[in-house]
Every structure is written in structure tokens, then in C-alpha cells.
Design a protein around this ligand. Structure first.
Ligand code: PLP
Length: 401
């Protein structure tokens, strides 16, 4: 009965990791998947997470009963506070709610499903959804699978100047049909590592408000861009202070290093409490038929960890990335590799968009056993003091051969 099922293509980033694992070359390096690695190329369980996990195991008051459909209440409120700030007026006005989700992906998917059902009419699959060009590879598919038929790119990356195409972005905002949905990366844009400045965010917000465009923030790297949870939430908090009703899909995969626990939250900022209550009642219906109720371990860890405790560990990760950025740039400059490499230290967060073209990427993988995405994106956390000379030399060869 399934004889006509076609083979689906592999997910690029996971395929890259599988290829890397099979490679037996002693100097192989994986700069693909977006996960933190220590300077010994090992995954890192954050010390604060380990501490809280021990407390959870020892806590006899905890059990494995079902959580409420919308998730662990203290996790939901802690998450919204991380995004909007402890003293957020919107939270004080009781018009902010959270939906615990399976990772940032789950938060995006639940949010997309809700928007298709209830935004801009009911079941309106024609509302345009704009995602940045380029963007995280899953954005298109998540919205498409939620039923949206018109998914469009908005200008973001200017390849020639290796920076933000602000004029193109603002023009797209001006021209987008009213009520279009815009997916905005809250910080540490994946894959370009390039964020708007505060002044640029203000311009974006001004047009979005005037043109009645819906803001859907994707916040997967809070803390990773600057080492500060507050700074990295600046754009979100600014939009909320401007009176936007919006969604924030939050992932705790990267900043808590909880990749496989699937911890996420959809923060909903509504017009008022009565409106919020109705929105959450519909969210509950969506979750009930999707995963029914979420898992508890990651949510307990996040809600029991104070922001002040986590940020120390996040800073350790962010600082190591900064060091690798500095070193990679200096090494390429010392080698005299053609081109400018300033963008490596100008970009922020986990990734760098190197500017390597597909042919150069192929050379890196096939000849040098350095694995990176076809777009030229590298995960800076994959670099270590032990492999950085080899990677710099490989880039040099790829560019000059
Ligand atoms: N959004 C962006 C921009 C991402 O880069 C990622 C993960 O790579 C996610 C969302 C999804 O995060 P999660 O693993 O928590 O689903």
C-alpha cells in the first residue's frame, strides 16, 4: 500500500553530521549543526543545568503525572519574563501568556497553526508569510505544513557588502499586503549572524505598525549574541513597548544546552486579558491534538534556574565564540587569504556566514574534511584552539586554489 511513496530528500544539516561521522580522516571538523562544543570538541552539559537536574531527582514532591495541556505554569511565566523582562508592563497588565512547546520548532508550529486558523479571517491560508532571505531552513516548511500557501522571502542579506540589506527590507515591509505575517529573528540571525541595530529595528517597527503587519519573533539564541539576556531581547521588548500584539517562539535548546529535551515556549502578547484568555483556549485545542501535553524535565530545569545563574554559563559559551571569531579572522589575515574577513568578527551569535561559494564549500568537505553548510555558514562553536589552524589553512586553500 505504500509502494508509491517517494523517497524524501535528507535534511541537509543532519545529513552533513551523518557524513561527518562516517568520515575517518583524523583532522575532520564539523562546522555544520548549530550546537555548542567545548574547546575539546565535546558537547557541554551546562554546570547550572547539572546542578538543577540533581535537585529535581532528589525532590520527592515531583512525579510523572501529566502536565496541563498548556504546560508547566511556572515555566510558562518564567519564559515570558525572560523574553519581555521581569518588569514588563504587558505582563503586569495580565495580557501575556505562554504555551509550552516542543522546542522552538514546536512553538513556531503551534503559533503558525493558530495564525492559519484565526488570524486575518478564519482558516485563511492566503495570508502572506514573509521569511528572511536567507533564513533557518525550517521556517518555510513549518509555515507551509501549517497550511500557508503564500510564503515569500524578504530582503535581508546583502552579499556584496556582507551585511544587512536594510533598504531592501524596509521596501519589502512597505510593499507587503496589510496583515502579512513577518517572521523576525529576535537576535543572532541564523544563518547570517547579522542583526539590525537598535535604530534599524525602530525603522522596521515604525513601518510594521503603520502597515498593520504581524510580528512573529523567533528567539532561538537569547544570550548567545551578546552574553546578556536583556540585550538580546531588546528588539522584542521594544516592539512590545510600541503596543504590538505579537508572538515570540522561544527555544531553550541553545542557551540552556538542552537540545534533546525539546524545551520551548510560545509567548503571546495580546491586547488585553480577556483576549488572551480566548487565544489560549484555542491554543489549548491545537496542543491537545498535536502532543496533548508537553514533557516536564526541560521545563522544570528552565523554571528552576535563575536568569542570574544561567547567564554565567551562557557567557562562557558566547565568550568562546568571540575568541574563535577573533582567531579565525587573524589567521586568515596572516595567511593573506584574498578578500576581507572583518565580517567574521562583525557577525554575532553561533554562526558566521563566511561568503564561501558552493564550489569552495565542496572543496572544504571533499578535500579537507571540514564540514559546513552549502550556504557557506559555519558554526563558530565547532572551531577550537586545536583545529583552528587547520580550518584557516583549508579556507585559504579553498579560496586560492
Ligand atoms: N529557530 C532558529 C532560527 C533556529 O536556528 C533553531 C534551531 O536551530 C530553531 C528555531 C529551533 O530550535 P529547537 O531546536 O528548539 O526546535
Amino acid at each position: 500500500i505504500f509502494s508509491d511513496v517517494p523517497q524524501a530528500p535528507p535534511v541537509a544539516v543532519f545529513k552533513l553530521t551523518a557524513d561527518f561521522r562516517e568520515d575517518s580522516h583524523p583532522q575532520k571538523v564539523n562546522l555544520g549543526v548549530g550546537a555548542y562544543r567545548t574547546d575539546d570538541s565535546q558537547p557541554w552539559v551546562l554546570p547550572v543545568v547539572k546542578k538543577v537536574e540533581r535537585l529535581i531527582v532528589e525532590d520527592d514532591s515531583l512525579n510523572h503525572e501529566y502536565l496541563p495541556i498548556l504546560g508547566l505554569p511556572e515555566f510558562r511565566s518564567a519564559s515570558s519574563k525572560v523574553a519581555l523582562g521581569d518588569d514588563s508592563p504587558a505582563i503586569k497588565e495580565n495580557r501575556v501568556g505562554g504555551v509550552q512547546a516542543l522546542g522552538g520548532t514546536g512553538a513556531l508550529r503551534i503559533g503558525a497553526e493558530f495564525l492559519r486558523r484565526w488570524y486575518n479571517g478564519t482558516n485563511n491560508t492566503a495570508t502572506p508569510v514573509y521569511v528572511s532571505a536567507p533564513t533557518w531552513e525550517n521556517h518555510n516548511a513549518v509555515f507551509a505544513d501549517a497550511g500557508f500557501k503564500d510564503i515569500r522571502p524578504y530582503h535581508y542579506w546583502d552579499a556584496a557588502k556582507r551585511g544587512l540589506d536594510l533598504a531592501g527590507l524596509l521596501d519589502d515591509l512597505e510593499k507587503a499586503p496589510e496583515h502579512s505575517i513577518f517572521v523576525l529573528h529576535a537576535c543572532a540571525h541564523n544563518p547570517t549572524g547579522t542583526d539590525p541595530t537598535q535604530e534599524e529595528w525602530k525603522k522596521i517597527a515604525e513601518i510594521m505598525k503603520r502597515r498593520k503587519l504581524f510580528v512573529f519573533f523567533d528567539s532561538a539564541y537569547q544570550g548567545f549574541a551578546s552574553g546578556s539576556l536583556e540585550k538580546d531581547a531588546w528588539a522584542i521588548r521594544f516592539f512590545v513597548s510600541e503596543g504590538f500584539e505579537l508572538f515570540v517562539a522561544q527555544s531553550f535548546s541553545k542557551n540552556f544546552g538542552l537540545y534533546n529535551e525539546r524545551v520551548g515556549n510560545l509567548t503571546v502578547v495580546a491586547q488585553d486579558n480577556e483576549n488572551l484568555t480566548r487565544i489560549l483556549s484555542q491554543m489549548e485545542k491545537i496542543v491537545r491534538t498535536t502532543w496533548s501535553n508537553p514533557p516536564s524535565q526541560g521545563a522544570r530545569i528552565v523554571s528552576k534556574t535563575l536568569n542570574s545563574d544561567i547567564i554565567g554559563n551562557v557567557k562562557t559559551m558566547a565568550d568562546r565564540v568571540l575568541l574563535m571569531r577573533d582567531q579565525l579572522k587573524s589567521k586568515l589575515q596572516a595567511l593573506g587569504t584574498p578578500g576581507t574577513w572583518d565580517h567574521i568578527t562583525q557577525q554575532i551569535g553561533m554562526f558566521s556566514f563566511t561568503g564561501l561559494n558552493p564550489k569552495q564549500v565542496e572543496y572544504m568537505i571533499k578535500e579537507k574534511h571540514v564540514y559546513l553548510m552549502a550556504s557557506g555558514r559555519i558554526n563558530m562553536c565547532g572551531l577550537t584552539t586545536k583545529n583552528i589552524d587547520y580550518v584557516a589553512q583549508s579556507i585559504h586553500e579553498a579560496v586560492t586554489k
